[in-house]
Write a protein that binds this ligand. Structure first.
Ligand SMILES: [Zn+2]
Length: 147
């Protein structure tokens, strides 16, 4: 999935959690950091282009695109601040969940080779439809929380 879709889906997940769990507003920042961070292993992603050398170290959709990567890195962030770690975990997990719907899929249970795949080609019109739908839901949630 594209950066923009991950960001909007991260915001959507944060909105849903915010209705269930009372949490500080800065958690949203770490949700966005978590969801943006995962594609650091891809030299063609928005964030990967900024730190292109890391794609030499991490294979795209390898360890970083797994539950192991999510838990390890979120635990490290939580070592500094529990809410920050929670937000990072939520954003990271939201990224993994929607990447599971892509044709390429990902090795969610890395180091096991089993790949979870979906039906959406990244950047295709189907992703555009998903993007517009999540955007509409996010806008509705924003207005709903303001009024
Ligand atoms: Zn990804």
């Amino acid at each position: 999935m594209l950066f923009r879709t991950h960001i909007l889906f991260g915001v959507f997940v944060w909105f849903i959690l915010d209705r269930v769990i009372e949490m500080p507003i800065f958690v949203l920042l770490f949700v966005l950091l978590g969801t943006a961070f995962v594609d650091i292993d891809s030299c063609s992603s928005w964030i990967g282009k900024k730190v292109w050398f890391l794609s030499w170290v991490f294979r795209h959709r390898g360890m970083l695109h797994s539950l192991v990567g999510c838990l390890v890195l979120s635990t490290i962030v939580a070592g500094f601040n529990r809410w920050a770690g929670f937000g990072f975990f939520v954003g990271y997990l939201s990224h993994l969940i929607i990447d599971c719907f892509t044709l390429t899929g990902l090795k969610l249970f890395w180091p096991f080779e089993f790949r979870v795949c979906g039906f959406i080609r990244s950047g295709s019109w189907v992703e555009d439809v998903v993007f517009v739908f999540v955007l509409a839901v996010d806008v509705w949630l924003v207005f709903n929380s303001l009024f």
